[in-house]
Design a protein around this ligand. Sequence first.
Ligand code: FPP
Length: 247
Amino acid sequence: MSERSDNRPRHIAIIMDGNGRWARQRGGPRAHGHQAGFRTTRDIVEACGKLQIESLTLFAFSSENWKRPETEVGFLLDLFLRALQSEVEKLHENRVRIQFIGERSAFSVKLQAQMDQAEKKTENNDGLKLAIAVNYGGRWDIVNATKRIAEDVQRGKLALDDINQQIFGDYISLSQISEPDLFIRTGGEKRISNYLLWHLAYTELYFTNVLWPDFDESELNEALAFYSGRQRRFGRTGEQLVDQNNA
Ligand code: FPP
């Protein structure tokens, strides 16, 4: 949980939806939508860096996306590989710290190696913390954390009575960064779609009909304006917050 005095989110989590429809509207193949979506991703990462947002987490490939036609899955994985090859150097220059979350063992050895290299190269950077969720699912994340906790209990490293929400949070993905303050989903659907289920407990949710390739800096500013108008109570009353702010 986090609050910032300038009412800007510290951490934004995005579901980048609508690439396929964007392409169809133009009579092109879905791949063109993903290509255009990639350009948007680049612009939004840059915009978040400029706005000094601390963390940005992007849902690039869900554990359910394997169900798409083989050619589309192949195109997306190839796009990730090419994106890593072409973007990491510039991100590093801009002090971006890259992290991947999700079950990466399902990817090719080459892609896994590029992911590891990108993380290693940028691990000491002090700029935007960029997390990319690939082959990620919120339920997978919770089960994975549970398994790791059980292992530590079995090994005697953790006592059963010590397990609480805070300890659980140490085992789940993104344990090193603050929880998302603002969630954005483009493309019109109003669902969480198995994204960061644990992390979104108190997050402000923003849904827009704009398709991801059309989501630009002014759309991001609209989402930020929505966020700045929210009163985050974290279970307290509105009156308690007024008293606290006046104290
Ligand atoms: C959802 O749109 C988008 C995806 C499943 C892929 C997201 C990938 C990108 C934005 C491009 C690359 C990003 C990186 C990090 C390299 P959809 O295909 O479900 O659209 P639809 O709902 O209109 O069919």
